[in-house]
Design a protein around this ligand. Sequence first.
Ligand code: G4P
Length: 530
Amino acid sequence: MSLKKEISRRRTFAIISHPDAGKTTLTEKLLLFGGAIQVAGAVKSNKIKKHATSDFMEIEKQRGISVATSVMCFEYRDILINLLDTPGHKDFAEDTYRTLTAVDSVILIVDSVNGVEEQTRKLTEVCRMRDTPVIVFVNKMDRDGKFPFELLDEIEKELNLQLHPMTWPINMGREFKGVYNLHNKSLNLFAANQKVTEDNSVPIPSLDDTMLDEKVGERDANQLREDAELLEGVYGELDKEAYLKGEVSPLYFGSAVNNFGVKELLDTFIDIAPEPLGRPTNKRFIEPTEDKFSGFIFKIHANLDPRHRDRIAFLRVVSGEFKRNTYYKHTRLEKDVRFSNPYAFMAREKEVVDESYPGDVIGLYDTGSFKIGDTLTEGEDLQFTGIPTFSPEIFKELVNKDPMKTKQLEKGIRQLTDEGVAQLFTQHGGNTKIIGCVGELQFEVIQYRLLQEYGASCEFKPLSFYKACWITGDKKKVEDFVRFKQANIMQDKDDNLVYLAQSAWFLNTEKQNNPDIEFHTTSEFKTAMA
Ligand code: G4P
């Protein structure tokens, strides 16, 4: 098959939602459609528990599990679908942001009862930043939730998305009768626990047809006629180009647990979701159809077995064909590397693959040579951009509890921060090490793993910093600033200068007092400048 054909039969996406909205359930139903699993409940046991706080075994289990479910690959209507998992726990939000750099579109779930929730907001913001096409699925229509027009309004306003309803519900909760497909003018009658093969949709030639009254009753039929007229007037036909540009989001209503509305969602997804797209680099834009292979690492996962320190680096293929046992250039280290056992994640099994194509995600065994954002090419010297590190929100000083194990601690913390678990800052001109994370849970993970995997014991001293900002600008001005603010100046792992602000007020004041210095809250500027 030609490279173009391989590309056109692939779709790579992620499901995003606030915990409990139904991501695990929807994932499972999608896998059922793809025949990747046979029974319901198979994914459930893999669920990343959202309530885990300090149960280390739980953390360990999650780490292991999320390797297996990091990528789920299945086929539907001859299309190869790569579904990338995103952790549900908010403390792993950064992992999710990075995963979003490796997909071409997303399905966003909104719980009809709770509406737009905090994590939905943050994740959608990241999608908006990157103009990622979004399809919205309003879940749990079998429960008494918010009214559909109210939800529409809330999603549009709070998430800054322009919606395009593709289906429209007939009631909700116990009265939920199904959805009317505004696009292909058919009625899908609700049945609890619908089977994959079951199809309850009936074409309705016209909404004026009395068949509609027969099916849903006169009152609901009239309400639907009214709603549909209103929607028709406001929305018209879906503009596919606008969807692909991330400007319009098709919207579906359904109930994942009942497998209701899932097929419609999946069919539309197959029809309109973008094929694997190219990515920008510091040198030029790389098209997926280019003959030469290129790809980037967006996630690194530690091995479950603590006796082995090797890790799995997840690579998204951007262009060309990746071949097993072939030398590729690791552009940051400027050295050639090859992989004898690259993994693909077909169904729920890992299997060694001989070749992979744009849109695919493969797992590469790594003994510590990869960092998030690293690029592999067939020789060209470039680096993919757009895989930012965000400013952490919690900062703690790393205190070595066992001076005999200083080396192990240094090595451990370097490797763990390469994985993207946390960020490491070292005091400018000193030795104090500060760890910055998005959530508290990561500190526990780090402490536990340093001990288990590196034999190093440490503790953390809380620090009250608000944000880490990378600073750039006029050389002399930066030097002066660094001298005056020495106590707040750190270096990141690549020796970039970072200012740690105590509060928003301090940060604003410094920005005002130092107009020649730029304060960046993401590390993106680094690669952009490289
Ligand atoms: P998450 O991965 O986004 O965190 O959510 P998950 O799929 O685990 O769903 C959260 C809860 O919502 C689950 O119930 C699930 O069964 C339920 N759910 C999912 N889709 C629907 C739906 O369409 N309608 C209704 N009524 N509920 C839905 P749970 O009690 O937490 O788990 P379980 O005991 O059902 O396994």
